[in-house]
Design a protein around this ligand. Structure first.
Ligand code: TRP
Ligand code: ZN
Length: 878
């Protein structure tokens, strides 16, 4: 049987659009079973495009065309051609109005692309290329148009009808239907179009912009969720103020609407004036959401808001430029979270995520540059590389320019490109033009995949009072990029004297020493030497402060140096990183030799840290958190799944025993008093307390277990409840079952909490984990149609439960692939997301590699595979 192999598209093939669309008028007769969409497009030849043939191509998928006319004249069947990907109009005029009518079926749209049904709502998701599932269009981001949208629907079933911009007309129709017309004054690409219809409850607030305009902030939720919207609205107001102060960006419409929906493939979507959110990133109440949930909501609300300037006002020319909006917007949301919370803690969490997910991506078969050169399915490129490494590239440019010049450079970017669809190159040029710096070598960061490695050796010369750092850089080969060129890398360092104080980082040859503190070195060569002078004693270098570049560092520091940095470094990131390296080396030593002793000075350092009542609680919790098994695996030549798990457990247990007194004291002194507040200090206290509890429980400590039971029974906030439940479930036995049952009974009817109930059962390396997960697939509350539920159960199992997912008999792999194949016809984006853990397959022993390869091949043997899953599976095997 013939099967079409999906073909890649290439950046080098970019051509400007032959036609432009100035105005779009849409009219929807909404019905979940059959929605009629009428469109009127004002098209004209693009003066900037090279002359092409006289035909016009319009994208369109899964549409039933019922009417087609140019300038009011219905076309004969010889004047056009419809195929599964779109519509060709033969020999069109240079300027004309196109009318189409199509029918679509939202209730059957399980892929959640285009117009779909989520519970009783109708909503849209058009990024990246899904507007073409709503109507025939030039569905590419460099076609910017003004939209007017009329929505018509049954008034009882869909009392609220929303689209982008401002409402300009409303009418009640005679047949029980009503209509609302929306006008968006800002030209936008089709991926930012949105509509929502349903019975939604409105929570309203207001915001006065710096220039004194009042904006109505409207959060729409299903009526039973009315009591879970406050946190999101507060986050929105904070983000709006912050963007004015930090980037000089004001909001530009009279309404800012956010809708929470239960079925969503990603986190949220920045549609102009009408954000649509996965409800997981909106809804929160102290008893239903954890601190991590509150945190995630704050940063995603901010992220989508920041897109209004970085993404919407200035958008991408083509999807290869995705990081232009995503990398920059992640950078902005990271900075926002740093400013409203703790900068060091935020940085640590972002670096941990980057090292765990992005470094793995860069080291695997799907490694791609921040600006990819080709893709089969753009949905597969919403990756840690495009988002998080992309944000690091913006961060490095801000470091190279310094804060004041960087602000001039972003001001220039906003002034120069407002209203345009541009490229990453345009952004970098603004950085150059505002600073006068040459970033030609820096641009390689956007083109080269792979994580650069720095090899750093230090040498102190007592005779000359100099300290020399030798730095060599190397980027490993990645698919299709065997040879790498040296990068322009900002390397922030400090030098600590024996008393722990900062020395001036004084480069030999400079007449004067600078003030003591951090200094930004710039690497441009494969190998460089830096000689520091004026040092009467050997300093301890504090390297890559604030994680100034997304690189791996191999240095020659001793464990004693790291303990010293842990105690004295002013840079919170470096203090944490020193602790992490100590944990890592110890766990890897324990993998090699189970009897490896736990060094006394290591224990003493943590005992000391726990006793320091002045230390930042959140930072301390981060320092005491061991690196994950997933991350540690990537640090081994061949991942030893069981060995790592044993060593990890062993160290947790040892720390629990050896630091018992201090941990119990922390637990007791950090008990929750008073009502829940989401503020850095309170969050840090809960984090440290629950970390202490976990060490005690892993150590089998009876009083720890008693605290855990009591906490599960009596805690009023979900952070403390989940911390205790996780530990009980990990322990197993009747108590775990009873806890799970009572939790389930308490929270039926709260789907986001039930997601937690699913994931907590998938997470832990219990012998029955896979059986349990398989049984839960048949639970009445499980549904392959809800991505949050699927990720909670199947995703958590494959991503978090290393031991059970990588079971030597291949049962975990078979299970995941069974699920992927079942989901693929339902929701290809989600199916492809679930395959992520297989990208690491070559990192395991030969037996597991063979099992994973067989499963990847089983996927490729399936007829009618989506291009999403095809791309991931085929590239993983290549
Ligand atoms: N632009 C969205 C964001 O980063 C991401 C997104 C939401 C998305 N939904 C999507 C990307 C669906 C691809 C497909 O905020
Ligand atoms: Zn985004």
């Amino acid at each position: 049987m013939y099967r079409e192999t999906p073909q890649p598209i290439h950046l080098k093939d970019y051509r400007p659009p032959e036609f432009l669309i100035d105005r779009v008028e849409l009219r929807f007769e909404l019905d979940p079973e059959c929605t009629h969409v009428e469109s009127r497009l004002d098209l004209r030849r693009n003066p900037a495009a090279p002359p092409g043939g006289g035909d016009l191509w319009l994208d369109g998928e899964e549409l039933r065309l019922t009417h087609l006319a140019i300038d009011g004249r219905v076309l004969a069947s010889t004047e056009y051609r419809v195929d599964p990907r779109g519509l060709t109009l033969y020999q069109v005029p240079d300027r004309f109005t196109l009318e189409t009518q199509v029918e679509i079926e939202p209730s059957l749209n399980t892929a959640l692309k285009g117009l779909y049904q989520s519970g009783d709502l109708l909503c849209t998701q058009c990024e990246a290329e899904n507007f073409r599932r709503i109507t025939y269009f030039l569905d590419r981001p460099d076609v910017l148009a003004r939209y007017t949208t009329t929505l018509i629907a049954d008034q009882a079933r869909f009392p609220v009808l929303l689209s982008n911009g401002n409402p300009i007309a409303r009418a009640e129709l005679t047949d029980g239907r009503h209509s609302v017309t929306w006008e968006d004054p800002f030209p936008k690409p089709s991926y930012l179009f949105a509509l929502v219809a349903g019975d939604l409850s409105l929570i309203e607030d207001r915001f006065v912009t710096a220039s004194g305009r009042e904006v109505r902030l409207q959060l729409f939720v299903e009526p039973h969720n009315r009591d879970k919207g406050e946190h999101a609205l507060n986050a929105l107001k904070k983000a709006m103020r912050w963007d004015e102060e930090r980037f000089g960006r004001e909001y530009d419409l009279d309404f800012y609407m956010i809708v929470a929906v239960s079925h969503f493939n990603m986190g949220a979507m920045e549609n102009k004036g009408l954000n649509i959110f996965n409800d997981k990133f909106v809804l929160a109440r102290p008893d239903t959401a954890t601190d991590a949930d509150f945190d995630g909501i704050e940063s995603i609300i901010a992220h989508e808001y920041f897109h209004n300037w970085t993404g919407n006002r200035i958008t991408c020319r083509d999807w290869f430029q995705l990081s232009l909006k995503e990398g920059l917007t992640v950078y902005r949301d990271q900075e926002f979270s740093s400013d409203v919370g703790s900068r060091a803690v935020k940085r640590i969490r972002d670096v941990r995520a980057l090292r765990t997910h992005q470094f793995a991506e860069d080291a695997g078969p799907l490694a791609h540059p921040v600006r990819p050169e080709s893709y089969i399915e753009i949905d597969n490129f919403y990756t840690a590389t495009v988002y998080d490494k992309g944000a690091e590239l913006v961060r490095m440019q801000s470091a190279l320019l310094g804060p004041t010049t960087f602000r001039h450079a972003t001001d220039l970017y906003f002034a120069r490109h407002d209203g345009q669809a541009v490229t990453i190159e345009d952004f970098v040029r603004c950085m150059e033009d505002a600073s006068g710096r040459d970033l030609s070598q820096f641009r390689r960061w956007y083109e080269q995949a792979g994580t650069p490695e720095l090899f750093i050796r230090g040498h102190y010369d007592a005779a000359t009072w100099t300290y020399t750092l030798n730095v060599r850089q190397e980027t490993p080969p990645t698919p299709n990029q065997p040879i790498k060129r040296p990068l322009h890398i900002p390397l922030a360092i400090g030098l600590l004297g024996p008393d722990g104080r900062e020395s001036p980082v004084w480069l030999a040859g400079e007449p004067e020493p600078p003030a003591p503190g951090t200094r930004l070195l710039e690497l441009t060569e494969p190998e460089q030497q830096f000689v520091f002078t004026g040092l009467s004693e050997r300093p301890v270098p504090s390297i890559l402060r604030g994680f100034s570049a997304p690189v791996r560092v191999h240095d020659d520091l001793s464990d004693a140096d790291r303990l010293f940095l842990m105690a004295h470094d002013r840079d919170g990131f470096c203090r944490w990183d020193a602790a992490q390296t100590l944990h890592e080396r110890l766990i890897l030593a324990l993998v090699a030799d189970e009897t490896h002793p736990i060094p006394e000075d290591y224990l003493a350092a943590f005992r000391h840290a726990l006793g320091d009542t002045t230390a930042d609680r959140a930072l301390l919790a981060e320092m005491l958190t061991l690196p994950s098994e997933t991350y540690l695996g990537d640090r081994m030549a061949v991942i030893d799944v069981e060995g790592l798990h044993r060593a990890h457990r062993h160290l947790m247990c040892e720390l629990g025993c050896r630091l018992r007194t201090e941990l119990l004291a922390i637990y007791d002194s950090h008990a929750e008093t008073g009502p829940y507040v989401f503020a850095p200090e309170a969050v840090g206290r809960r984090a440290l307390k629950n970390l202490a509890l976990s060490y005690l429980v892993y150590a089998g400590d009876e009083s720890g277990l008693a605290c855990c039971r009591a906490q599960f029974e009596t805690a009023h906030n979900m952070t403390d409840v989940m911390a205790a439940l996780g530990l009980l479930v990990d322990q197993g036995g009747d108590e775990a079952e009873a806890a799970l049952q009572s939790f389930y009974r308490r929270w039926t009817g709260e789907p986001l909490v039930i997601d937690k109930w699913f994931s907590v059962q998938a997470k832990f390396a219990r012998p029955d984990a896979l059986e349990r997960v398989k049984a839960l697939i048949h639970h009445p509350d499980y549904s392959p149609h809800n991505p949050n539920r699927v990720r909670a159960l199947v995703g958590t199992f494959a991503k978090t439960n290393q031991v059970c997912f990588h079971a030597v008999d291949g049962s975990g792999y078979r299970f995941l692939v069974d699920q992927v194949l079942e989901l693929d016809p339902i929701n290809p984006v989600l199916a492809a997301q679930l395959l992520k853990p297989f990208e690491r397959w070559r990192r395991f022993d030969a037996g597991r590699q063979a099992l994973m390869r067989t499963e990847l091949e089983r996927i490729l043997g399936r007829e009618g595979l989506s291009s999403d899953v095809f791309e991931v599976a085929s590239k993983a095997l290549a």
